[in-house]
Design a protein around this ligand. Structure first.
Ligand code: PKZ
Ligand code: FAD
Length: 662
């Protein structure tokens, strides 16, 4: 059996789709998840979880209040604490994240930031003695931590953070203080009610000199009572667009004393007498953010996949309207518009995940290099991940919203669960650096690269930048996906040069650097997007070319074809400089035929992600395809349906109607 999801009693429309799949979904899972070993481990972990009934949801998430969601996730975390070692290798981050996704879902929980930012901050920023003291406790979950950087008044501009950590050599202590209301830490995940420790980012002050943002390990709550410690004001910031299982919080300090060795001192130091040693790279303290950004292509790819699993499966069981055969309505997946809505997003999701593997590995390597004193790769990775997080989060938002619309009316119901996936995923456009701001960070790097070319120093260009120095060439669109890469290179190169020239000209005309930058900013962000999309396309093609299994490679090439045709058409206005409108018409025809080619493998392509029903939490996306019966059951479980007559009817509507009758 090529598609391992086929089971007796499933909806026959889905079974038919799975029979059509031309490749082995387990083999595809191994490609998606980087190795056969990890793909197998994922399945084993999912299987083991299903054997622990207390880890099942006590009722559908969509019917829970915020308080119930928080209580439910804490309940499950306490059950998990009895099973960690038997379920996963606790040193394996990917296994831990898979476990969290399966059991706790995507709405956040008490450990939301513990694994993703608190522990990574200790790993990257704490020195050996500090790691000895805190890392083991954090990994054993004796303490719960978060990452408290953003303030009510400032998230983007870290140089303007107002929270101070002032060092006093006389007592060898820092005093943490929140001087104004806008200096309150605001937003950190799991800060409000769950965490008892935080890595707090504050402006280091020694003898009236401000050294800027530095990380500190701060105890927030008493380990016995969980009450906030004296001098600490902490709480929840209230409901959000989504992600409401997490207690994003506020935090203020009133002259709060902290021992000297609580500043994380792997890279910068404050000696007992107040002597400050600066880090080997000015931005090394920003590494926890780079860590999360390097994961975002993968995590966002998985958000998009969740929505696509739901939309593609549902589109295979939803029948509406007719094509040739007037005796039976067609699966909506057979409509070209439906395929055009969904398949390019499937391609992007695969591409994002392949990019994600690459950037996660680059971060891990950078961590080793930095520990060995080599910070030379920091700028490259910062630029790459800044652009990538921005493009991927934006396109993921678009893809999920299209997936929701592709499910028609039922997509709008929480039974589909797509609105929640959208709400959580779209947060990624803002957290870890607002997208425009991060595109502009990449643009700094692109502008510098053009300046290198202009001054004859092309040899110094960073990775992925050589194309900026190359001349335009004739493009033969019949020569396969590489020709489309060339189109992107031409378009990105032209836009990067154009934006840089504009910036330079404005400065030459007398504008200050900052004003000229601001007046070129829209063009600069366009350059960053094109450059990043080029990287995504190249990575996708490179990864697919490296695959040896014939049937897997064949379907992934079909997917690459959808991707390259769609992407080039999507940047049509930029491509027009290099591709004629007749050529664009032929790309359009190729896109339509590539959608057709992909159609028989659509369900198998999304099944291959092996996202369990438990994780998906969607009636429409059920693996067995039994949508309608379960939709009715789900609606019957609504709290409103637990009584025939609501108290509000008796209190307001009935008296109103009775009065109208008089
Ligand atoms: C189903 C699946 C489930 C998955 C599971 C996930 C679930 C969902 C969980 C949610 C989890 C949320 C987690 C959110 C957690 C937060 O959001 S934490 C808070 C994040 N905050 C931010 O990202 C703030 C953004 N701001 C910044 O990073 C900085 O202010 C900026 C924008 C980089 C500017 O920094 P700056 O110090 O003013 O520097 P700037 O003058 O702009 O640049 C100076 C130089 O430094 C360089 N530089 C700046 N930063 C760096 C750096 N990091 N490295 C190297 N060089 C750098 C610049 O490139 C520049 O270089 P040159 O061009 O001069 O050569
Ligand atoms: C779900 C979620 C979880 C979060 N979790 C955490 C956490 O765990 N820990 C934490 O510390 N923080 C967290 N944050 C905060 C988050 O990191 C910040 O909100 C984010 O960095 C954006 O900063 P801001 O809110 O100051 O936006 P602002 O900078 O105020 O953005 C407002 C607008 O101004 C524009 N803008 C700002 N500066 C510039 C510029 N220089 N050039 C051009 N345009 C500019 C932006 O593009 C945007 O359009 C979280 C946020 C969310 C939504």
């Amino acid at each position: 059996m090529l598609n391992k999801s086929i089971m007796d009693g499933d909806n026959p429309d889905l079974t038919e789709e799975r029979m059509k799949g031309a490749f082995d979904t387990d083999k595809m899972a191994a490609v998606i998840y980087g190795s056969e070993k990890f793909a197998i481990r994922r399945r084993e972990i999912t299987e083991s979880i299903s054997r622990i009934p207390q880890l099942a949801d006590s009722k559908p998430f969509s019917f829970m209040t915020r308080e119930e969601k928080i209580s439910e996730s804490c309940r499950k975390l306490s059950v998990l604490s009895e099973h960690w070692n038997q379920l996963i290798d606790t040193n394996n981050e990917e296994e831990a994240l898979h476990l969290y996704r399966e059991v706790l879902g995507l709405e956040g929980h008490a450990f939301s930031l513990h694994e993703t930012m608190f522990i990574p901050s200790l790993v990257a920023q704490a020195n050996d003695e500090q790691q000895e003291k805190w890392l083991g406790r954090a990994k054993r979950r004796e303490i719960i931590g978060c990452y408290a950087q953003t303030e009510m008044g400032h998230g983007t501009n870290l140089r303007a953070l107002e929270t101070t950590a002032t060092y006093y050599p006389s007592t060898q202590e820092f005093i943490l203080h929140t001087p104004t209301e806008t200096a309150l830490k605001w937003w950190p995940g799991a800060l409000g009610k769950s965490s008892n420790y935080a890595v707090v980012v504050a402006d280091l002050v020694i003898r009236d000199t401000h050294y800027g943002a530095h990380p500190f390990m701060v105890q927030l709550r008493d380990e016995k009572t969980h009450n906030p410690l004296p001098g600490i004001t902490v709480g929840d910031i209230g409901p959000k667009m989504a992600f409401n299982g997490a207690d994003n919080g506020f935090l203020g300090f009133n002259q709060y004393k902290l021992p000297r060795d609580h500043m994380l001192m792997r890279h910068s130091r404050v000696e007992e007498n107040g002597t400050y040693t600066k880090p080997p790279h000015a931005k090394i303290g920003y590494s926890s953010m780079v860590k999360v950004r390097s994961r975002m292509a993968m995590d966002q790819g998985l958000f998009m996949v969740s929505a696509l699993v739901i939309a593609v499966r549902y589109s295979a069981v939803r029948r509406q309207g007719f094509l040739d055969d007037k005796s039976r309505e067609v699966k909506v997946l057979d409509y070209q518009t439906q395929q055009h809505r969904l398949f390019p997003s499937i391609a992007r999701a695969y591409a994002f995940i392949f990019c994600g593997f690459e950037t996660i590995q680059l971060y891990d390597q950078l961590l080793i290099d930095v520990k060995n004193g080599d910070t030379s790769g920091m700028s490259d990775l910062h630029a790459l991940t800044s652009g990538l997080k921005s493009v991927v989060t934006h396109q993921t938002g678009e893809g999920i919203e299209q997936a929701r619309m592709a499910c028609g009316g039922h997509g709008y119901s929480m039974a589909s669960y797509i609105s929640e996936i959208y709400g959580v995923a779209i947060g990624g456009c803002t957290y870890e650096g607002e997208n425009m701001v991060m595109l502009l960070q990449l643009a700094r790097y692109l502008v510098k690269s053009v300046e290198l070319v202009k001054t004859g120093k092309s040899k110094e260009l960073g990775p992925m930048m050589n194309y900026l120095a190359e001349p335009d060439t004739q493009i033969d669109l019949t020569s396969g996906p590489e020709a489309y890469v060339k189109v992107f290179q031409h378009a990105a190169r032209r836009q990067v040069w154009k934006a840089t020239d504009k910036f330079h000209q404005l400065m030459e005309s007398g504008q200050s650097r900052d004003i000229a930058w601001n007046n070129s900013a829209v063009e600069l962000t366009r350059a960053s997007r094109l450059h990043t999309r080029l990287y995504i396309m190249e990575t996708f093609i490179r990864r697919v070319s490296s695959i040896s299994d014939v049937s897997i490679k064949k379907v992934l090439i079909d997917l690459v074809n959808v991707h390259v045709n769609y992407e080039v058409l999507d940047i049509g206005t930029y491509a027009l400089e290099h591709v004629s409108s007749t050529q664009l018409d032929s790309i359009r025809s190729q896109l339509y035929s590539s959608l057709d080619t992909l159609r028989p493998n659509a369900v198998s392509l999304i099944d291959s992600f092996q996202i369990s029903d438990m994780q998906l939490r969607s009636v429409l996306g059920r693996r067995d395809g039994h949508v309608y019966t379960n939709l009715f059951e789900w609606a019957k479980a609504s709290p409103l349906n637990q009584t025939h007559v609501l108290p509000s009817v008796n209190q307001y509507l009935k008296p109103m109607m009775d009065k109208a009758k008089l």
